[in-house]
Design a protein around this ligand. Structure first.
Ligand SMILES: [Zn+2]
Length: 273
């Protein structure tokens, strides 16, 4: 029994992420951005492995970070997922993901299976040719405006739109802008707030935030993972747009039609090293 417990502990990190990791000790003068640059790994991946650092105001020399050896995101397959659905939500391509993960038969995914999605495969079909892009590819479950609240069952104003999809899938920044807040809120759960032009963009109910305050993110960059934190009935993104005077506006007025969520895959990933 004792031996079994020890084995469980030994293998626990492997169960969370199947990727080999190493430890990086924070040096004086480091910032998370500097570390990402130095180790040549996207900041969002560093936060994915060290999620509490999304909320840290300061980091200190001597603290240890877990760093994966490969710049990949691990996605755990959920009930009802298919490879083409997962690929679409990563704005990627199913055959690329299948090949990378040595999947011979894409119909034989199992629940809990860990898929490795290389950073460079994410956002290949993300629409950059519009001012504001869809942050996720999911099912629009609630619009902006007055509604009967799904939990409180009374008439309340819904200050954003809700898009439902599986827990753990990526949330991509809808705009290029500056991250101004990363917080855990009772209602919004874990959220990231980005300032771009004359609006704030809020992505709420994340399972994990993958951005840090002060960071400049580009449209299509990963800023979080889908979750159901805060007051929520299931995994979804509450996407909210506010003016700088803090008045909510209908995001549908800024977003392109949902059929413009995806664009033909950009081919820059071909070749190279
Ligand atoms: Zn909502």
């Amino acid at each position: 029994m004792k031996t079994r417990l020890i084995l469980l502990f030994l293998f626990f990190p492997l169960l969370i992420f199947s990727i080999k990791t190493y430890t990086y000790t924070i040096q004086s003068g480091d910032s998370l951005e500097k570390i990402a640059f130095k180790l040549n790994i996207p900041l969002s991946i560093i936060i994915d492995y060290n999620p509490e650092y999304a909320y840290r105001k300061y980091i200190y020399a001597g603290e240890k970070l877990i760093i994966p050896e490969k710049p990949v995101y691990v996605y755990s397959v959920k009930s009802g997922d298919s490879l083409s659905y997962i690929a679409k939500t990563f704005f990627s391509d199913a055959s690329l993901i299948a090949e990378y993960n040595n999947i011979q038969n894409p119909n034989l995914l199992y629940i809990g299976q860990k898929l490795e999605i290389p950073y460079e495969y994410i956002g290949l079909s993300f629409n950059r040719n519009v001012a504001v892009s869809w942050p996720v590819w999911g099912e629009l479950t609630s619009l902006y405006g007055w509604r009967i609240h799904p939990i409180y069952h009374d008439r309340r104003f819904h200050s954003g739109i809700d898009i439902a999809l599986s827990e753990g899938l990526p949330i991509l920044s809808a705009v290029t802008g500056k991250v101004v807040e990363v917080k855990k809120d009772r209602g919004y759960g874990i959220y990231v707030k980005i300032k771009a032009g004359s609006h704030y963009y809020i992505f709420a109910h994340m399972s994990k935030a993958l951005a840090v305050p002060g960071e400049i993110v580009k449209k299509g960059e990963l800023i979080g993972r889908v979750g159901s934190t805060g007051i929520s009935t299931g995994p979804h993104v509450h996407f909210e747009v506010r003016t700088l005077a803090d008045k909510s506006v209908d995001p549908m007025g800024l977003l392109p039609g949902f059929k413009y969520a995806h664009v033909p895959i950009e081919k820059h990933y071909m070749g190279g090293n």
